[in-house]
Design a protein around this ligand. Structure first.
Ligand code: UDP
Length: 331
């Protein structure tokens, strides 16, 4: 197979690229590098089945040759990033998805959309099954990401229903692991980098809000199986093991034997209070369940950030409250 992966220089896109290459496929990777990094694909420099094109998919995507699949992973994906890049986030979810769908249709290729647990917003149903429609604030600061992805799902389904395109939608839940950017502001990278620097871990609110963290190898395996399955409707891929943010902070401190402590900052606007995937669909139809527990995945992630810190000084990661805008809390 020859597949196009948009966002191929990103955290998930690069791991997905590796997964396709490992199975003997050919990958055309595309990225505009606004949040992706060539470091993530540097190991593929001499790989004959990989080609990289720097391109912004919000403009027409011209690709030569056959394609069997288009996997649309391009998007800023951390709250700090999409608050700094609100228009780009809306454009890549809308215009970018439209262009990627049009390309898939022109090649009769299978299309897979990287969607998100954020389509459930601040959920009123817990855990979240795919049948839940969500609780999203369209005009809140997070709306730029949530609504872009909801639009992306809608246009994907429209292409499926109207044009008969072969489509898949994965709803990705908080994923972590090597190649996360140390400064993208997400909780796992923030806590690990802060602990390595000996800075207090910035817990937003009282830390009672929960997330369910999936190690990247599990996430990518689920996505790969979904792509090769016949599941047309959205499928949650995430690890249902749920932790409060305070529990995560304590785990990171314990893992690093750190006495850096915890500093509480205000809870950002519309921060979901709970999040946990219902993965019945993935386990039944993809025969997939995550296998890496948080303790193990965190240890691997810490090693990755330790290596980065040996190659150059780590700096203090951003906190969301500083980027939330004038009508939001200030940290
Ligand atoms: N969070 C935190 N401290 C940080 C970064 C994040 O307490 O330095 C919290 C954030 O408020 C949210 C959770 O951790 O409740 C997960 O945040 P993240 O940005 O990783 O992803 P989200 O799930 O909100 O998209």
């Amino acid at each position: 197979m020859r597949v196009l992966i948009t966002g191929a220089a990103g955290f998930l896109g690069s791991h997905l690229t590796d997964r396709f290459l490992a199975d003997g496929h050919t990958v055309l990777g595309m990225d505009n590098l606004i949040t992706g990094s060539l470091d993530n694909i540097a190991h593929l420099e001499n790989e004959p089945r990989f080609e990289f094109v720097r391109h912004d998919v919000t403009t027409f995507i011209g690709v030569k040759g056959e394609l069997d699949g288009v996997l649309h992973f391009a998007s800023p994906a951390s709250p700090v990033d999409y608050l700094e890049l609100p228009i780009q986030t809306l454009k890549v979810g809308s215009l970018g998805t439209h262009n990627a769908l049009g390309l898939a249709r022109s090649r009769d290729a299978r299309f897979l959309l990287a969607s998100t647990s954020e389509v459930y917003g601040d959920p009123l149903v817990h855990p979240q099954p795919e049948s839940y429609w969500g609780n999203v604030n369209p005009i809140g600061p997070r709306g730029v990401y949530d609504e872009a992805k909801r639009f992306a799902e809608a246009i994907t389904m429209a292409y499926h229903r109207y044009h008969g395109l072969d489509t898949r939608i994965v709803r990705i839940f908080n994923t972590y692991g090597p190649r996360m950017r140390p400064y993208d502001g997400r909780v796992v990278s923030n806590f690990v980098v802060q602990a390595l620097l000996g800075h207090p871990l910035t817990v937003y609110g009282d830390g009672g809000q929960s997330r369910s963290f999936c190690f990247v190898s599990d996430e990518v395996e689920g996505i790969y199986r979904l792509f090769h399955s016949d599941q047309m409707g959205p499928v949650n891929i995430g690890n249902p093991a749920e932790f409060t943010i305070l529990e995560l902070a304590r785990m990171v401190l314990a893992l690093l034997g750190s006495d850096a402590g915890i500093r509480h900052l205000p809870l950002p606007t519309d921060d979901p209070k709970v999040r946990q995937p219902d993965i019945s669909r993935a386990s039944e139809f993809l025969d997939w369940v995550p296998v890496v527990p948080l303790s193990e995945g965190l240890a691997t992630t810490v090693e990755y950030f330790q290596q980065l810190s040996e190659h150059g000084a780590l700096r203090v990661p951003p906190v969301l409250t500083a980027n939330a805008g004038p009508d939001e809390v200030s940290g």
